[in-house]
Design a protein around this ligand. Sequence first.
Ligand SMILES: Cc1cc2nc3c(=O)[nH]c(=O)nc-3n(C[C@H](O)[C@H](O)[C@H](O)COP(=O)(O)O)c2cc1C
Length: 359
Amino acid sequence: MSSCWGEKIKISIFGESHGKGIGVVLDNLPSGEKIDMNELLMFMGRRSPGKDKTSTPRLEKDFPNILSGLLNDTTTGTPLCAVIENTNTRSQDYGEMLRYPRPGHGDYTGHIRYQGFNDIRGGGHFSGRLTAPLVFAGSICRQILKRKGINIASHIYSIGEICDTPFNPVKVDNELIQRINHEFFPLVNPDCEKDMRDYIESKRLSGDSTGGIIECVATGMPCGVGNPMFGGVENVISSVVFGVPAVKGIEFGTGFDITKMTGSQANDQYAYDENGNVITLTNHNGGITGGITNGMPILFRVAIKPTPSISVTQKTIDLIHKKNTELVIKGRHDPCIVPRATVVIESALAIALMDILQI
Ligand SMILES: Cc1cc2nc3c(=O)[nH]c(=O)nc-3n(C[C@H](O)[C@H](O)[C@H](O)COP(=O)(O)O)c2cc1C
């Protein structure tokens, strides 16, 4: 198996949740790009666990040791490799998963696919922990993109049935982007935070979990980038986003709801703005038509499923005695993946856009 991705920019992610460490190699980065390490660590910090009751209490510093490709905080153009040590593992919690696969996790499918040789401790290579190197790679890419006027942000669109205010699809203000870029619980309307947190806490207390939707945007993308059919911008973004565990769906622009509209409502009609730039008056297509950027914000939403590891009793199988049984999961888990996953989705988008733009 390989966890490599990319045509122009290439990333290779390695490691297991309870092995010595995890990491990433980034190939084909441009040379001479200054990297703000404080900002990079801030983005990685938004993903790292143990901050509050919405995430697993497993405390990991997630400090990237950069082995190559960066000198004086500037890219050299050679492969950039970063390794993150695993320091806080409790592998005894996972002994039973070899025998009793967790419903909703990769234990059973991984066991069959790798004939039982996969490292199951902490979810192994299937773990959400593998998104730490993804965020490292994405945080390098988004700094390069920002210098070209492309800004990325996301917010928690919904948790269960509780919804934030959506982004304005035709214009997402830079002040909003800068604010939510720094937030662990990013919301357009911070008034919904309490209801969302209360809901997550109620699921945690009952040993259960919840999912939600992340809305993500990139502004400043030039018009005319991408391809029709298989090399489309939607295709490329989706292929990295589906590399993030727990992602179960993606919709661009108005997404599935566009089916309830008529053509005259759904078409994004053209106009010249006051500066003579071509814009569309609406953005039901999420900034992409014919697989090619149209210059409007790239906008999409990602469905994140409820955390599979829950302490509610569930039905599973005993792989040794080949009989039905029940499972109560031990270990430390996120009652809701969504807040930590916001920066992961932003990072996936940054990596995809670097590739699409052939930087
Ligand atoms: C940031 C992040 C944190 C995660 N934390 C957990 C966790 O604590 N417990 C768990 O069972 N799954 C967690 N997951 C999800 C699993 O890794 C994922 O559901 C599993 O690998 C199965 O893959 P699938 O959901 O894509 O089918 C997390 C995912 C992400 C992105």
